[in-house]
Ligand binder design. Structure first.
Ligand SMILES: [Zn+2]
Ligand SMILES: [Zn+2]
Length: 365
């Protein structure tokens, strides 16, 4: 059985403002009305209203109320949100959180993010660009949002019933004024089962970054794959052929395939050392290694049972494609990963999709 239910409100990376990063999740066995976690908030109620015109039963529970559930409106669904989880404060990730701040129904909502990201949001909620509708105080009920910092330690923080999150910093480009720009990766855990999925905010290739930190995320994920972690959401903003100096802090297929190779290496090493440790009565012997001591053949099938959803694809290219850009890019990533025989299943996340996340055999819906 899956552990999470997810609805993709938007999976693009711009410039189409009707399809920007926004995912709604709940524990699989809960009802949407029991509370929703909004993972990113690029697109929002407007996009969901359009989606529901085509699939009015998108939020009908497959378990409790197959035939009897009302078709929820977008505003009803957004009133169920208990908290937002935000990887970084770029507009394509927070647009709807800002626009709808004064009109969301339901209880006061927390915004979980790193302190830097929350400070970035404060510059918007400062009575100039937008009214101040958020505060840091627990008892400020007149403010619709409650800023809540996530630490980038190795702890899981409970963010909603049965859902906890571990936050890791990653690099998302850099500029002359502020240096490396931080984004975040979230390990989202279903507490009762301890299963989790991994969700990346925008991220640079480690091979090009002055501060390569994605490897830390792969290292933290490796030992969990695939039994407790089998679903990864990661950006691939550009199609193949994009020059490295025009990535602007994002991945292209060749770089995503390289990143997945690093993950496969970490998985293979974790398994190798588990076997070694079992044979070695004196206990664990693994030392941190900077280089890859493994041959390409030893990575074959290392990511069997892992689903990788490609997200944040940018549209609006000069080249005209016969299909949507996220499918073009997913195909390109899939071919590269297949050539390396890593074993991962590469999928495109589509707007309006409902996904049962965090299980090996669940298919996207
Ligand atoms: Zn960004
Ligand atoms: Zn973005």
């Amino acid at each position: 059985m899956p552990c999470f239910d997810m609805v993709v409100v938007g999976s693009g990376g711009g410039p189409d403002e009707t399809n920007l990063s926004a995912y709604l999740i709940k524990p699989f066995h809960a009802n949407w009305g029991d509370g929703i976690v909004a993972l990113e908030a690029g697109s929002g109620m407007g996009a969901l209203t359009q989606i529901l015109k085509h699939t009015p039963d998108l939020f009908t529970s497959r378990l409790q109320d197959c035939n009897s559930a009302p078709g929820y409106s977008a505003s009803a669904i957004y009133s169920f949100i208990r908290c937002f989880l935000i990887t970084h404060a770029h507009l394509d990730h927070v647009n709807s959180l800002i626009i709808s701040a004064g009109s969301l129904g339901g209880s006061r909502k927390r915004i979980f993010a790193t302190e830097q990201t929350l400070h970035d949001l404060e510059t918007v909620f400062a009575d100039r660009i937008w009214p101040n509708l958020a505060s840091w105080k627990e008892d400020d009920d007149s403010f619709r949002y409650l800023y809540t910092s996530l630490l980038t330690d190795d702890q899981y923080r409970n963010v909603a019933t049965d859902i906890s999150v571990r936050t890791m910093p990653i690099s998302h480009g850099h500029n002359d004024t502020s240096g490396v720009y931080d984004s975040a990766a979230f390990f989202v855990r279903h507490d009762p089962s301890t299963r989790e999925f991994l969700f990346f905010g925008d991220v640079s290739p480690d091979t090009l970054s002055p501060k390569p930190r994605t490897v830390n995320v792969w290292r933290a994920a490796a030992a969990k794959i695939p039994l407790t972690l089998s679903t990864i959401f990661i950006e691939c903003s550009w199609p193949s052929g994009r020059a490295d100096d025009l990535l602007y802090g994002h991945l292209s297929p060749i770089h995503l395939a390289d990143e997945l190779t690093v993950l496969a290496t970490e998985v293979a090493m974790a398994r190798k050392f588990v076997v070694k440790d079992l044979r070695n009565e004196s206990g664990p012997t693994r030392k941190k290694s900077k280089s890859n001591p493994l041959s390409p053949e030893s990575l074959y099938g290392a990511l069997d049972g892992v689903r990788v959803f490609v997200i944040h694809c940018k549209d609006g290219h000069e080249v005209t494609y016969d299909r949507s850009i996220n499918h073009i890019i997913a195909d390109q990533v899939r071919a590269l990963v297949a050539a390396k025989r890593l074993g991962a299943d590469i999928l495109a996340a589509d707007q309006g999709m409902r996904i049962g996340a965090s299980m090996i055999l669940m298919h996207s819906i």
